[in-house]
Unconditional design. Sequence first.
Length: 164
Amino acid sequence: ELMFFAALFAMYFTLRAQAPEWPPAGVDLDPWPPALFTSLLVISSGTMQLAVRRIRAGNVARMRAWIYVTGLLALAFLGGQVREWVTADFEISTSAYGSAFYTMTGFHALHVAAGLILMMVVLERAAAGAYSGREHAGVEAATYYWHFVDAVWIAMFSTIFLLG
């Protein structure tokens, strides 16, 4: 996963270095809506960590509640991504910038969706009694993945929306 996203960043910076103008004329990304959705994703890392704390304490019900909150924040983030794609004044085929933008944000969105599926698996296993204060490796693994997805997005948001 790390190498995959490293390759996407390498693609972005290679295209940027070779382009006479970056982003190209006509591309106007407002960083504020994505900043709002980025904050939701960052908060979701905290709520996922709260789920880990609850299961370490043996509280399966509270762990599940925090995972539900995390999932809702993730869905809100994905809604923000869809909003960006629909309202952008360029398409994937418009330019190298469009290709880089949609490829990077699209693959990240797929990883967020995979994280949501992973959360559903954790919730289903929790309902089946798979986790306790002593047995919770699956919850921790899902949390590590979620923190990774969040960290990648912070780098991606900074690259695309702040550096340009």
